[in-house]
Design a protein around this ligand. Sequence first.
Ligand code: FAD
Ligand code: FES
Length: 359
Amino acid sequence: MLKQKAPSAATRADLCRITVRGKDGSEDVFDIRRNDLLLKAAIDQGIEYPHNCRVGVCGTCKTRLISGRVSPMVDLALSPLKNAEIEAGFVLACQAKVRGDLVVEVKLGHHTMLPVTTVSARVSRWRKLPGEVIDLRLALDTPVHFHAGQYATIAESGSFTRRSYSFYDAPPMDNGAPASEVGFLVKRLPGGRFSEWLFAEDRSGTKFWMEAPFGVMGVDEYDRDGLCVAGGTGIAPILSIVADRLRRSTTAKFTIVLGVRSATDTFAEPYLRALVDQAPDRVRVVTILSHEPEGSTWAGPRGLVTEALGPELGLDFAQVSAFICGNLGMVEAVERKLIGLGVAEERIHADKFIPSGTP
Ligand SMILES: Cc1cc2nc3c(=O)[nH]c(=O)nc-3n(C[C@H](O)[C@H](O)[C@H](O)COP(=O)(O)OP(=O)(O)OC[C@H]3O[C@@H](n4cnc5c(N)ncnc54)[C@H](O)[C@@H]3O)c2cc1C
Ligand code: FES
């Protein structure tokens, strides 16, 4: 059972008791404030509640409501929940305001997650990389803890345009020290509010705020070999996970399959090279290009990232942990392909880069 926690400033009358039943008969109990969002309140308390986008799009937080009342913040008919799931009582925890005591069914992880904090920061590096990507580093006024593969929500100080980006660094290892600087790879999205603003001029020194850490993608056994599949800047959390695992395991090997559009999209090369140089016999990288012009000098594989996944990788698919990150369509296609190749569903960990839905 979870150690029972309660939000500090709430009185008993403000609190709702959440009882989480697992399919295996387990039962976890925690308290949250009435009218708080179920997912946010749980992860604020360090509970490993499944989540990804937090905006009602990906469906990762779906939860069966057994008893009690919630107010959904989105029209469930427009949500990723299927009709049969809605009829069976499923809700999206990220969009569910808690109105009273609840009994729910969802599979919680039992790792201790880090509590979410909001800190102020300043841009310490703003560097344009090939492929319309910015390497954005923030020096944090208050250091934060995060796990490899997690992400942060960031915004310019005073702006309401906040977006989620994955940390590309591994967390510091020295006695669990927090990070005082963090880095992100931000892809320019034509017409994108935040990414176009970031691209428009050198933002060095600009004040930011950051809320973190979120996400559970990197959580799995450290000694298992990893198959890491990324589309574009989806490579960021993969860099973090592989760097972290190379330090934590002396045996695990990693195959990183990166899909980008063309041979000029080389933004990830220096970061990948650093990993290969660190452990040449444990890290290999396969790059596949989706839009490389015919007749160019590129001699490597061409096509969608799914086309690089097959027996020719020489992996024991039944044993690997898979880490997938990129846009929604790419992640779902890769998940299907890996299941077909024999990767166990519970060993597939994914982060979907989903638009935030905020201004
Ligand atoms: C958990 C998580 C982690 C993320 N990590 C990263 C990261 O490390 N690096 C990174 O570059 N991005 C990442 N993203 C995506 C990022 O949060 C923004 O959505 C993206 O940068 C676009 O923001 P914007 O303000 O420029 O565009 P917006 O103004 O939000 O969007 C403009 C238009 O583009 C569409 N759009 C927005 N995002 C996407 C997308 N990803 N694919 C296709 N169409 C889109 C919108 O629907 C809209 O029509 C992550 C998203 C999530 C949920
Ligand atoms: S739908 Fe709730 S986390 Fe994505």
